[in-house]
Design a binder for this molecule. Structure first.
Ligand code: ACO
Length: 331
């Protein structure tokens, strides 16, 4: 069986910054409320008129990753693309990325829809393919245009999200390398699925004038159900994975939780006594970028020289579905 390693990473966020003060001019909210309840100060918003959408943000992020390694886009044999609002329903967004990157080898292209947990679902799928020998070089994206599902009249959700993209180039590790994905746990609690839902636009409820009037084309959420489930599930999956791999919380060098809300991050980190210095936090700058948040956090930590080869990194996420995923890897 082969081993999987993260060869290189990249990210891309739109230039446009929307601050809490900007939002307080759009809905009845304040910088103080948003900061106290979520830790968020600002978020990035894509500009469609400048051609910023999932596949173009992804191509920019991938360029950074390729600039850091000796692979070319045509060495990729699978593109996995986690996204909630794709470029369009079909062709899938992974195939648009293939086109933007000039890949001409007809590599496989697959979109993943697992909301905020999508990058960790993708990492688990990629690891299984690489271990089994199906694919050698995989481009894995977590990329989200949350501003397209945001109801900009609903203060209870629109303050929480931001746009962005993170990418990892995954490859087969040599036998003598320490780098590998040590274990993964995935789950989904569909009994609470309606706590975070985008009802319209699919087969069940096509877009009609009535749908638009009721603003059902946007996301709606029961924040407290999501909050409690997020803390409980991420905590139990991290404990399960550490036990499964025979490692302890003290072995973990870096903790990278999904950046939904500072209070959720702190509650999970507190359970494992992970201090702030070993927890990657960027929710204040980008808000919740859904499945992009972990790969963006990882790329920033690598660029800052925080994460080094051989470090043990624990990643955990939770989101719509209600899906969840946790991965432990030796970088
Ligand atoms: N500004 C000002 N007041 C607000 C705002 C706002 N933006 N939003 C809600 N309020 C009001 C409410 O109307 C309510 O007023 P009331 O008491 O007069 O009825 C009051 O603030 C308290 O609202 P709650 O919903 O009880 O506030 P809570 O402390 O639960 O915080 C929050 C809300 C931040 C959404 C929290 O529940 C949360 O973070 N949940 C997790 C949601 C999440 O992260 N979702 C992302 C997707 S899933 C994921 O990524 C994990």
């Amino acid at each position: 069986m082969y081993k999987t390693k993260i060869l290189a990473t990249g990210h891309c966020v739109p230039n446009k910054i929307l601050t809490n003060d900007d939002l307080s001019k759009m809905v009845d909210t304040s910088d103080q409320w948003i900061t106290e309840r979520t830790g968020i100060k600002e978020r990035r918003i894509a500009d469609l008129s400048k051609g910023e959408y999932p596949s173009t943000m992804a191509a920019a992020a991938a360029k950074e990753a390729f600039s850091k390694c000796n692979l070319e886009p045509n060495d990729i044999d699978l593109i996995l693309f986690s996204v909630t609002i794709p470029d369009m329903f079909t062709p899938n967004t992974a195939s648009w990325v293939q086109k933007h990157l000039g890949i001409t080898n007809n590599c496989a292209c697959l979109d993943i829809n697992a909301a905020c947990s999508g990058y960790l679902y993708g990492l688990t799928v990629a690891d299984a393919f690489i271990k089994a020998g199906n694919f050698k070089n995989i481009l894995l994206f977590g990329c989200e245009l949350t501003s397209r599902f945001n109801n900009w009249e609903d203060r209870s959700t629109c303050v929480l999200f931001g746009d962005g993209c993170g990418v990892s180039i995954l490859t087969r590790a040599e036998e003598n390398e320490a780098s590998e994905v040590l274990g993964t746990v995935l789950g989904c609690d569909s009994s609470k699925g309606e706590a975070l839902i985008l009802r319209a636009g699919g087969a069940v409820k096509p877009i009609t004038h009535e749908v638009l009037e009721n603003r059902e084309q946007f996301i709606s959420m029961d924040g407290q159900v999501v909050f409690k489930s997020a803390v409980k599930t991420m905590t139990s999956q991290c404990a399960q994975l550490l036990e499964q791999t025979g490692l302890t919380k003290d072995d973990v060098t870096w903790f990278i939780p999904h950046q939904a809300n500072l209070r959720i991050i702190e509650a999970v980190a507190h359970r494992f006594e992970f201090p702030k210095e070993k927890t990657i936090i960027n929710v204040q700058k980008y808000a919740n970028t859904s499945s992009a948040s972990i790969p963006i956090g990882m790329n920033e930590a690598l660029n800052d020289g925080k994460i080094n080869r051989g470090d043990l990194v624990l990643l955990t996420a939770f989101g719509g579905g209600l899906t969840s995923g946790t991965v432990l890897l030796r970088y």
